[in-house]
Design a protein around this ligand. Structure first.
Ligand code: DAT
Ligand code: MG
Length: 151
């Protein structure tokens, strides 16, 4: 098994639309384990650091305005191959191409309102987790149900 942690973020549109619970619920039902959560409005500088790889692209200013416009639910989730599992649950970046059954495929229609962020590699996950959480905020705990989630 490749236990991984990934940084996920319910974006402001999903918060405003009352879909935080729906997203958390999907992740829980999948069997993934929540490690940290924080409901917060991201300061602009931190958002610019988080999305540094997109600086200079045409959509960058709109992206920063969108992500900083209201509270987000910043989270860390753990599981076997959690990074790619969560990317699959999110669906493609453009919600119009995201498969039904995915979060973006089921709830979004616009690339600039695509509900959720998820780390795309172990390197991004480590970087993004450290931007939003201190080590003490990451909960280390066991769950008895894990014997029913993993063989
Ligand atoms: P993802 O969020 O699927 O990891 P990404 O990292 O390529 O996608 O881009 C970050 C966000 O920026 C994405 O969720 C929505 C926005 N975005 C990306 N490409 C875009 C584009 N061509 N036009 C408008 N917004 C875009
Ligand atoms: Mg990305």
């Amino acid at each position: 098994m490749a236990m991984e942690r990934t940084y996920l973020m319910v974006k402001p549109d999903a918060v405003q639309r009352g879909l935080m619970g729906e997203i958390v619920s999907r992740l829980e039902r999948k069997g993934l384990k929540p490690v940290a959560m924080k409901f917060t409005t991201i300061p602009r500088e931190i958002c610019e650091n988080h999305y540094g790889e997109h600086k200079g692209k045409p959509f960058y200013p709109g992206l920063i305005d969108y992500i900083t416009c209201g509270p987000v639910l910043a989270m860390v989730w753990e599981g076997d191959n959690a990074i790619s599992v969560c990317r699959q649950m999110m669906g493609k970046t453009n919600p119009q191409e995201a498969a039904p059954g995915t979060i973006r495929g089921d709830y979004a229609v616009d690339m600039g309102r695509n509900m959720i962020h998820g780390s795309d590699s172990p390197e991004s996950a480590a970087r993004e987790i450290s931007i939003f959480f201190s080590p003490e905020e990451l909960m280390d705990y066991g769950r008895s149900i894990d014997a029913w989630v993993y063989e």
